[in-house]
Ligand binder design. Structure first.
Ligand code: PMP
Length: 285
């Protein structure tokens, strides 16, 4: 499996502060602010048949996430788009995952790092399906309140509770964790948004304390085009019982049917299949 090849020991090129460096040489010092204090934002994108899906939206989100962490990415959306396309081309991939990131460097150590240089890197690699036969269990951590963290940023630090929750789920034999929010409403998994199908309509949590995924927004638009009613609202965990279908959405996950949430069991249903087909056509068609 490609994932067993360590990520720091591969062939290829990584775009690093405006130039390509050999993959194994794309290194940072241990005294890097981002490593100690979580001052890093990133993106996850997929390239289909040589074209990065929603590249501009992802570049803009990287810039917006950085601003939520109080720093400016030193490149424009257009420059990031060009750099990502050049990285994919240099690697010779048609279909791959693209990972841009921006972080505070080593000029200052300590909580304050106003003068630390902002670095940007872009790597890409081939990455197949993110989930297989997805079963979820209740997460051990909740999504935090908007006044306790920059919850709308795709910020590295926010993934601490995701890794812990996912590891705990995996230890119990589940594929991922279903996180509730600080109020007890259904939020998302550790790396994807969630949708329920109830009596022919889509119901999905309001993204008021977590990432409003680009795939989530795409799926909502696709459903509306199909005439499927969409309700963005607060959803209680008890309502999971009323769903006939459940699926998750994300760049890595694409649209993945959920087959169980703890003791609740779901089949892949007709609305999930329809949206999966539409999404396939949109990205690969
Ligand atoms: N929530 C979290 C926590 C994620 O990591 C992701 C993946 N970026 C998503 C939702 C889905 O976002 P998107 O569709 O933009 O990839």
């Amino acid at each position: 499996m490609a994932d067993l090849v360590p990520f720091d020991d591969r062939d290829g090129w990584i775009w690093f502060n405006g130039e390509f460096v050999p993959w194994r040489e794309a290194k940072i010092h241990v005294l890097t602010h981002a490593l100690h204090y979580g001052s890093c934002v990133f993106e996850g994108e997929r390239c289909y048949n040589g074209k990065i899906f929603k590249s501009r939206e992802h570049s803009q989100r990287l810039i917006d996430s950085a601003r939520m962490l109080g720093f400016e990415v030193p490149y424009t959306v257009e420059e990031l788009d060009a750099a990502k396309a050049a990285t994919v081309a240099k690697m010779g991939f048609k279909d791959c995952y693209v990972r841009p990131l921006a972080w505070r460097g080593s000029e200052q150590m300590g909580v304050s790092a106003q003068r630390a240089r902002i670095h940007v890197a872009i790597a890409c690699w081939e990455w197949g399906a993110y989930y297989r036969d997805l079963k979820l269990t209740r997460a051990i951590y909740d999504r935090p309140a908007p006044n306790t963290a920059p919850v709308h940023a795709k910020a590295a630090g926010l993934y601490m509770i995701c890794t812990l929750s996912k590891h705990a789920a995996e230890a119990k034999g589940f594929g991922d964790a279903l996180m509730l929010d600080y109020r007890g409403y259904v939020a998302e998994t550790t790396g994807a948004n969630i949708f329920l199908v109830i009596d022919g309509a889509l119901h999905t949590p309001l993204p008021d304390c977590f990432l409003n995924g680009i795939t989530r927004q795409t799926v909502i638009a696709m459903a509306k085009e199909r005439g499927i009613p969409v309700f963005e609202r607060h959803i209680l965990p008890e309502e999971l019982r009323s769903a006939q279908e459940v699926f998750v959405t994300g760049t890595a996950a694409e649209i993945t049917p959920v087959h169980a949430i703890d003791d609740l069991v779901y089949q892949t249903g007709p609305i999930t299949r329809l949206l999966m087909d539409d999404f396939h056509r949109l990205t690969r068609g």
